[in-house]
Design a protein around this ligand. Structure first.
Ligand code: UD1
Ligand code: UDP
Length: 385
């Protein structure tokens, strides 16, 4: 049987981090697969940071990012750019990951060319189309088009079954975000920023903060920043480190509130190696990020989720994360309780990570081999333990 051509579409920081283990695993199986890595470059610098860490070179780069881009302008550029490549290259399958514009429009471009779609991290739902915006709808559109659904958890599989997706097309693989961590965390990591090395060497407890979500822009993000400022004032011995997303709309909110507090360090996005190593040394994480919510539990770091709903309820159910919303007082009070109450902290820190065991990419590629008829093996589903 001839090799199958798999087009892997990536565009932003998180989808590229989570796709990297699959790209590398497909390349290990080069007797079966030819891999085309297609970057929309919906993100530019933040995408390049990830490609460099994983030493992945894209086969095509649409280079679509523009400052303060709108959803519609991105959509137009992505669909025409991908369509041209799909027409010319005729891949046997298109893989997309997650919930970004690149994901949703990548699946649509594949559908228009009648190419089967595999969706990595399928089945995450809040059932609220405004939250996360526009990701909930991006996921649902992608789900309608998808032929193979790689669900990270049982919760995600159940959500797909509720939408009458054929059970034979859904596989629980775990989340490749955990596989990615195996490539990156080392015991004696030196950070590229000397400020971070100094904080680590002093042994100061670190509260790691990230925020970027569209539905939190403006007032909700302001509330969360006010809470962080109050926490920094109450706990001057703690170091708050906040790598700022490149999006200028996020910086417009965060900088005026947090820039002059001595124990708050505002820095540019860290490359993935620095970020996960910093996370592994943190005491507490406060974030509205999807990926960071999944990584924190792997290191036994409690996560306060700065959102009103989450499509990742597993970490909350397992007790490693708390959904604290965007209300200034609620965030402040929950964080204070956790910092001051060792028992409560330990319960969260010792909970099981529900997201993966580092074998998700392997499972995904084994399922692809079955799908194309190269093999006919039983692939055990991921079960958290
Ligand atoms: C996007 C995704 C979101 C994901 C997030 C991860 C959509 C609609 N949104 O949101 O789901 O959680 O990425 O970070 O797909 N910028 C740069 N350099 C970069 C990256 C971004 O300058 O490397 C700036 C640009 O001004 C750009 C803006 O950020 O226009 C917004 O980027 P965009 O991809 O549209 O949205 P995000 O908020 O990053
Ligand atoms: N991350 C990173 N550098 C940073 C902040 C985050 O490499 O400064 C990584 C983090 O480890 C996680 C991913 O980026 O894997 C999350 O991306 P983001 O929060 O932008 O998007 P989301 O997951 O919310 O879609």
């Amino acid at each position: 049987m001839s090799k199958k051509k798999i087009a892997v579409v990536i565009g932003t920081r998180p989808d590229t981090i989570k796709m990297a283990p699959i790209i590398l695993e497909l390349k290990k199986n080069e007797q079966y697969f030819e891999v085309l890595t297609i970057a929309t470059a919906q993100h530019r610098q933040m995408l390049d940071q990830v490609l460099e860490v994983f030493k992945i070179k894209s086969s095509f780069d649409l280079d679509i990012m523009s400052p303060r881009q709108t959803l519609a302008s991105m959509t137009a550029k992505i669909i025409t750019g991908l369509d041209e490549i799909f027409v010319a290259e005729k891949p046997d399958m298109v893989l997309v990951q997650g919930d970004t514009s690149t994901t949703c429009i990548g699946s649509l471009a594949a559908f228009y060319n009648r190419i089967p779609v595999g969706h990595i991290e399928a089945g995450l739902r809040t059932n609220d189309k405004a939250n996360p915006f526009p990701e909930e709808i991006n996921r649902r559109i992608t789900g309608c088009i998808t032929d193979l659904h790689f669900a990270p958890t049982e919760t995600a599989k159940k959500a797909l079954l509720k939408e009458n997706i054929d059970p034979n097309t859904i596989f629980i693989t775990g989340n490749t975000v955990i596989d990615a961590l195996d490539y990156t965390v080392t015991g004696n990591h030196r950070f590229s920023d000397p400020v971070l090395n100094a904080i680590i060497e002093k042994g100061t407890k670190i509260i790691l903060v990230t925020m970027h979500r569209r539905e939190n822009w403006g007032e909700p993000m302001t509330g969360a920043c006010n809470a962080i400022k109050q926490l920094a004032l109450k706990f001057p011995h703690l170091a708050f480190i906040f790598p700022l997303h490149m999006n200028p709309i996020v910086r417009d909110v965060v900088l005026p509130i947090l820039k002059d507090q001595p124990n708050i360090t505002l820095i540019d996005p860290l490359d993935y190696l620095d970020f996960v190593n910093l996370m592994s040394k943190s005491y507490l994480i406060m974030t509205d990020s999807g990926g960071v919510q999944e990584e924190g539990p792997h290191f036994g770091i409690p996560v306060l989720v700065l959102r009103t709903v989450t499509e990742r309820p597993d970490a909350v159910d397992y007790g490693t994360a708390k959904l604290v919303g965007l209300d200034e007082n609620r965030i402040f009070e929950t964080a204070v309780r956790l910092i001051e109450n060792e028992e409560e902290y330990k319960i969260m820190a010792n909970a099981i990570n529900p997201y993966g065991d580092g074998l998700s990419a392997q499972r995904t590629v084994r399922i692809l081999k079955n799908y194309f008829g190269f093999t006919d093996e039983v692939v055990e589903e991921f079960i958290p333990q």
